[in-house]
Design a protein around this ligand. Structure first.
Ligand SMILES: [Zn+2]
Length: 381
């Protein structure tokens, strides 16, 4: 067995000083029992032992984007994710032409199961069923009607690979599409949307279970028009994605969201772009030029396009700014996203759960990542 000793182990609600044992891909024991001579031992040297982070909304890293539709580039993203503590993720497509989305999904399907780093849990399809008004960095010319047929054409035979979809529920036919997707077990997230409060609630009634980068690219909370922001705060069902990079949302607004949705429903995401981890300069996003400035990426017109953060950074921000414990901040990035996409036995250090673990220090700088019981990243080696 593989055993991590001498670590501060982050469980769902507390931090304990115990040994974590893994057998194959599974966590089998969390105990005081000393390892035997047959066990392979990792000395955590007082570092935190945490469940690996799960990013359900990330486009790319290090010059590589999911929309490149290139297996080699997806491998780079998979490996780079580990340096941020992300051990599994949903490569996220954008609102582009059907052929481009098809190509991206084909590449993900080709790599899934043979990832060199973080595991691909499936695809998050961001658009193309979105609102022109709230398109954000999505290209309006590629928006198409919300129909089951259009969805099937985009997935083209890989429907089982789609785990999450961001759409605007106010468009014609969207509620039928939501019901269809929810029935397949796909997490439907309301976003890039001009929906009213009532339209958002109708989406949750139809089976949507999330809001995409809450506050960004959606109808805001107003006293007579509570919008999508009001709907996710008022309705007890949906999860709320949040980009906590310190740029997309002001921290007090993030604290208000947390107070309203509670600690079980907040999901930290990066929404990271291919320019993440790259020098300042000009890059590309969904066929449009973007500029990387200090800490953020913007389009020609100044629209903020996505983040250049890593999962460990958004967790650090949550711990520093949301008045939560470290296990709670970690849950926002592991347990909650796992539950939101109906992923069983993932996102917690618990017996019987998948052995996706990371080691980090007080600054949440990640030094090791274990994916399904195998050391896949060891800083300095
Ligand atoms: Zn995105």
């Amino acid at each position: 067995m593989l055993c991590i000793t001498n670590g501060n182990v982050i469980l769902e609600r507390e931090i304990v000083h115990k040994n974590v044992y893994m057998d194959g891909e599974i966590i089998v024991k969390i105990s005081d029992e000393a390892p035997s001579v047959h066990d392979q031992v990792i000395d955590a040297k007082g570092r935190y032992v945490s469940p690996g982070f799960i990013d359900v909304h990330t486009h790319g890293r290090k010059g590589c984007d999911t929309m490149d539709g290139d297996v080699e580039k997806l491998k780079v993203i998979s490996k780079e994710n580990l340096t941020t503590g992300c051990t599994s993720y949903l490569p996220t497509t954008m609102t582009m032409q059907k052929e481009d989305v098809n190509k991206a999904i084909d590449a993900v399907a080709a790599l899934k199961g043979n990832e060199p780093g973080a595991k691909i849990l499936g695809v998050h399809m961001e658009g193309p069923f979105v609102s022109e008004k709230y398109k954000g960095a999505q290209d309006a010319k590629n928006i198409i009607p919300s129909t089951v047929e259009n969805f099937q054409a985009l997935a083209h035979g890989h429907e089982d690979l789609i785990r999450k979809i961001t759409l605007a529920p106010e468009s014609a036919g969207a509620l039928d599409l939501i019901a269809y997707l929810a029935k397949q077990g796909i997490s439907v997230s309301v976003g890039h949307s001009n929906a009213t409060y009532d339209e958002a609630i109708a989406a949750f009634d139809a089976g949507a279970n999330s809001t995409t980068h809450t506050y960004n690219a959606m109808t805001p909370l107003d006293k007579r028009k509570p919008g999508i922001v009001g709907a996710v705060m008022d309705d007890p069902r949906p999860y709320a994605e949040l980009i906590l990079d310190g740029k997309h949302v002001y921290y007090p607004a993030a604290r208000i969201l947390l107070k309203m949705v509670g600690k079980e429903r907040l999901i930290l995401i990066t929404d990271s772009l291919e320019c993440t981890g790259m020098p300042l300069g000009q890059y590309e996003l969904g066929g449009q030029p973007i500029w990387v400035e200090e800490g953020r990426a913007v389009l020609n017109d100044g629209t903020i396009a996505g983040s250049i953060a890593g999962m460990n950074e958004v967790v650090r921000h949550a711990f520093e700014h949301l008045n939560v414990s470290l296990p709670e901040a970690v849950n926002f990035a592991s347990r909650n996203p796992a539950k939101s996409i109906h992923e069983e036995h993932l996102g917690l250090i618990r017996e019987g759960y998948k052995a996706d673990l990371i080691l980090f220090d007080d600054q949440i700088d990640v030094s090791m990542a274990i994916v399904r019981g195998q050391i896949k990243y060891n800083k300095g080696e």
